[in-house]
Design a protein around this ligand. Structure first.
Ligand SMILES: [Zn+2]
Length: 255
């Protein structure tokens, strides 16, 4: 059973042809898709998709790039969405210092609040970082909360990977860009223990080889898993079953 743990199914490229996207996924052995949101509008869009399609599960939360305009009221609305049956995680949230650092403090404050919600509802947190993984790890440690999570589309150096793994309750996932010729961090994938790995597409972005040029979709996750299986010296079949058990432990509500 293959699970795409991260696909932004609310994008028109995917949503407008959702039946075909899900059929392609099923034909490629994908049985479940976790779809993260970035704000309230996309949280609602995903919940609607999840209510119509059994194999879709929702993660709701605020992406760090969408934080500047947010208010406490938005956070209360998010809190109420977390009680929905098909919400299996909080996210994607985190810190992004690449596009805009004007709101660094507000980003940190909101990341902390997502961590608190994660502890309150016992739901895993899906973390986006860009040029910010060190601060994310620091805030997780400082929060002192018992939270599980996923570093999605992990980027960082060897030390960051060690620190992220040392948190113990966090998994690491890599996207289709690990199949690109110019991807320069293959060692990170090699150094990630298979029992900490998750598979994801980040659809519609980061389409893996050999589908580059097309919009990414969950069906293509197998190419990223194939690459991870080479890098970790694990057979495709045993990696798939390991990934399933990792996903089951981190996102129990999706099973
Ligand atoms: Zn994403």
């Amino acid at each position: 059973m293959i699970i795409d743990t991260h696909a932004h199914l609310y994008y028109p490229d995917l949503k407008d042809r959702i039946d075909e996207v899900l059929e392609n996924a099923i034909n490629n052995g994908i049985t479940k898709i976790i779809a993260p949101a970035i704000d309230l509008k996309t949280s609602e869009a995903i919940l609607e998709l999840a209510s119509k399609h059994e194999m879709i599960y929702a993660a709701v939360g605020f992406h760090p790039s969408d934080i500047p305009e947010l208010t406490d009221k938005d956070f209360d609305t998010l809190d109420s969405l977390l009680k929905e049956d098909k919400v299996v995680a909080i996210g994607e949230t985190g810190l992004d210092y690449y596009w805009d650092i004007t709101y660094k403090d507000k980003q940190k404050d909101f990341f902390r609040r997502h961590l608190e919600l994660s502890a309150k509802y016992n739901l895993p947190i899906i973390i986006h970082t860009r040029d910010s993984v060190k601060d994310a790890i620091k805030l997780i440690k400082e929060s002192n909360l018992k939270v599980n999570g996923q570093f999605h589309c992990f980027s960082g150096d060897d030390t960051d990977l060690k620190d992220a793994l040392a948190l113990e309750s966090y998994c690491i996932s890599y996207c289709g860009n690990i199949t690109y010729k110019n991807f320069d961090a293959l060692d990170l994938v090699r150094q990630t223990p298979v029992e900490k790995l998750l598979a994801e597409t980040d659809s519609p972005f980061l389409t893996p080889v050999p589908h580059r040029g097309k919009k990414n979709e969950p069906a293509f996750v197998k190419h990223t898993i194939e690459k991870m299986s080479h890098l970790t010296n694990t057979s495709f079949e045993s990696l798939v079953s390991q990934l399933e058990s990792n996903t089951r432990s981190l996102f129990p509500k999706a099973f």
